[in-house]
Design a protein around this ligand. Structure first.
Ligand code: FUB
Length: 339
């Protein structure tokens, strides 16, 4: 929901209608990337703080400095904060704004992937490793070569390949890139031109670098046409996620300024993906960001809203709700607050 409407919200009423409550309330958390590792749920969120920076369209008010990993023994059990897993002061290349992270597990090592602004002001994506899923994580000295923009999501396919999806417009700087090259003069396309697309790169076997040049993934409408920049209710903005259901690849994402979590379906990790619909209607707070994870045979949407902070857009709380697939493979849209 847009920031300007929060004055009109009765938060007691809203909370009584919410389909779920914050998983943790002793701190603010956002952008939850959930995984099941060795039978236990691990959530890798952003750790929201009030950095004292005024709201702007560039997202400068999201001034996060560290990560904490949240774990749960089962979907109904208490969510446990495992303490600080990585701080920006320990990442040599990063200067500010530790935004939405993700994690992966391979051969006994856990990998934390995270975006941050480097000293030249450009977002890059870094990786840190640990022998424990909750850290502490040791960062690589440099960001991933060829990485840029924000919101890494790392997907492990059934053949053991790992792919990173990333990118975000506005404060996430994706509009400054064409064919992986930054140019300050680049801007968003016109409304009647194809929208900017999310980026994919296969990871090397050690998950520390890209194994190929990053490339765009296409999001098409039912007629096979790329979604247009002016199609704000459907076009990609940020918050990539990939999951596989019944052999199909579901790429999901946030539409940003229209506040929907949407999905598109394809036949392989690179797409193309055909727009399928909305998974989540707008939450309180400007941003919407999610992950989708199967736990004991049931599928869940991990997401966030700003209800606990009474609408402060950069002070969010992670939540979880079950999602339902229709017989045709489409996903039922969730309303975060009962109508
Ligand atoms: O948390 C900072 C940014 O807000 C994320 O990187 C975006 O996806 C949005 O949730």
């Amino acid at each position: 929901m847009p920031e300007e409407s929060i004055d009109n919200i009765n938060f007691d009423d809203l909370n009584s209608r919410a389909i779920s409550q914050p998983l943790v309330s002793h701190m603010y958390t956002a952008d939850p990337s959930a995984h099941v590792f060795n039978g236990k749920i691990y959530i890798y969120p952003s750790h929201d703080i009030d950095a004292g920076i005024p709201f702007n369209d560039n997202g400068d008010h999201f001034g996060m400095e560290d990560y904490h990993v949240i774990s749960m023994d089962s979907i109904d059990s208490e969510a446990v904060d495992n303490g600080m897993a990585l701080h920006i002061k320990d990442v040599p290349w990063a200067e500010r704004q530790m935004w939405a992270p993700d994690a992966a597990h391979k051969n006994g090592t856990y990998y934390l992937f995270f975006p941050a602004r480097s000293k030249d002001g450009h977002f890059k994506i870094g990786v840190a490793t640990s022998k424990s899923p909750v850290g502490p994580f040791s960062p690589q000295p440099e960001a991933i070569k060829g990485s840029y923009s924000i919101d890494p999501a790392v997907f492990e396919d059934e053949d053991g390949s790992y792919y990173m999806y990333f990118g975000g417009i506005w404060g996430g700087q994706l509009q400054k890139y064409r064919h992986n090259i930054y140019d300050e003069a680049n801007e968003l396309p016109n409304a009647n031109e194809p929208a900017l697309l999310p980026i994919i790169a296969k990871m090397t076997d050690d998950l520390l670098e890209f194994a190929e040049e990053p490339k765009e993934i296409k999001i098409l409408d039912k007629n096979g046409h790329l979604l247009l920049e002016g199609d704000n209710n459907r076009r990609f903005f940020e918050a990539s996620w990939m999951h596989k259901y019944n052999g199909k690849y579901y790429f999901s994402y946030s539409t940003g300024d229209t506040h929907f979590i949407c999905y598109a379906i394809g036949d392989n990790p690179y797409g193309p993906f055909t727009y399928g619909g909305r998974i989540l209607n707008p939450v309180v707070g400007w941003t919407s960001h999610h992950s989708i994870c199967e736990v004991d045979g049931t599928w869940y949407l991990f997401y966030h809203d700003s209800s606990l902070s009474k609408g402060i857009t950069h002070l969010r709380s992670i939540k979880v709700a079950e999602i339902t697939y229709k017989d045709d493979g489409n996903i039922e849209t969730l309303n975060p607050y009962k109508l």
